[in-house]
Design a protein around this ligand. Structure first.
Ligand code: HXC
Length: 273
């Protein structure tokens, strides 16, 4: 777990992170723990949350797992109260839980479309609303995990593009409504990230498809989870104290090229199966 930061930047803070049982959000949780934060890992799979929390404790950090589905606002609010009872007011809340599958809009069911909107967009709303009454006064941070698909239309990802675009506007709106409470609200928008559940679901299996995907990224590689975690750390730290209502892309420059290669590759892989 290397980091460009090593300064106990979050000493004594409580960070609640949804979807942190694996992938990007898990790495963010580990990174924040190294920086001195107590971590509450929220996810629908209780076992996965507890394992991730135990791994942080094994590294010498402080962490707990709390089970809840972000789609269920009442259960989520209970989970946040439980987290806060144990670790105190919430300094940082990260809405990371997300869902995805590859499907053409022409054949996707309404329920399939709604499921991703429910997890990603409504889940982010539920997460921030559950956190609001429990936030540390005058200096709390909310961070949503969006994706470059919020601004880059991508074939087979209509549900995800719509959900992530909604997240960006939610974050920008909350940054206005909640600023007077001392709350900063931002989002990160990653492109492809190596070794994640998302890439397992979306990544091409063959070398040629992978090359095709990378040809749409100026830096010709996917991000590492550590790189995403460092951006999250920056935005939730005092170093970003005047950044509010911003969506920061972390995509190796993909946004400047568009996502036609990625979308075409997904479309072809779907049609081949
Ligand atoms: C078409 C599908 C489908 C598929 C599910 N559905 N998979 N439709 N093609 N491959 C439809 C189902 O048929 C159903 O509709 C509806 O979606 C709900 O499916 P369930 O399996 O009942 O839902 P659930 O168990 O809640 O699972 C949610 C899920 C699943 C999103 C479908 O994939 C999941 O749990 N994912 C969580 C982890 C994950 O996806 N992580 C990656 C995030 S990546 P019907 O009509 O049949 O009832 C990410 C990166 C974004 O966010 C950027 C990427 C470019």
């Amino acid at each position: 777990m290397s980091s460009v930061f090593n300064a106990n930047l979050l000493a004594g803070q409580h960070a609640v992170i949804t979807g942190a049982g694996s992938g990007i959000n898990k790495r963010i949780a580990e990174r924040f723990a190294i920086q001195g934060a107590c971590i509450s890992i929220v996810g629908r799979n209780a076992g996965k949350c507890e394992v991730a929390a135990a791994e942080i404790r094994a590294l010498g950090g402080t962490a707990q797992g709390v089970a809840a589905d972000v789609r269920d606002a009442d259960t989520l609010a209970d989970a946040f109260h439980q987290a806060s009872d144990a670790f105190g007011p919430i300094d940082i809340c990260i809405a990371g839980a997300a869902g995805n599958f590859v499907a053409e809009a022409a054949t996707m069911s309404t329920n399939g479309f709604r499921t991703v909107i429910d997890i990603d967009l409504i889940g982010t709303f539920n997460t921030f609303r559950a956190a609001l009454p429990l936030l540390r006064e005058k200096r709390a941070n909310l961070l949503a995990v969006s994706a470059v698909q919020s601004a880059l239309p991508t074939a087979t990802q209509a549900h995800v593009c719509a959900a992530k675009a909604g997240i960006d506007m939610l974050v920008r709106t909350l940054s206005i409504e909640w600023a007077a409470r001392g709350v900063r609200c931002n989002a990160i928008a990653p492109g492809p990230v190596a070794d994640t559940e998302g890439m397992k679901r979306l990544a091409p299996s063959g070398e040629a498809s992978w090359r095709r995907l990378l040809s749409g990224i100026p830096m010709r590689r996917a991000a590492e989870c550590d790189e995403i975690a460092d951006l999250a750390l920056f935005l939730c730290s005092g170093a970003a104290s005047y950044i509010n209502g911003t969506v920061i892309a972390i995509d190796g420059g993909q946004s400047n090229l568009g996502s036609q290669q990625f979308g075409d590759m997904l479309l072809d892989s779907l049609r081949e199966t």
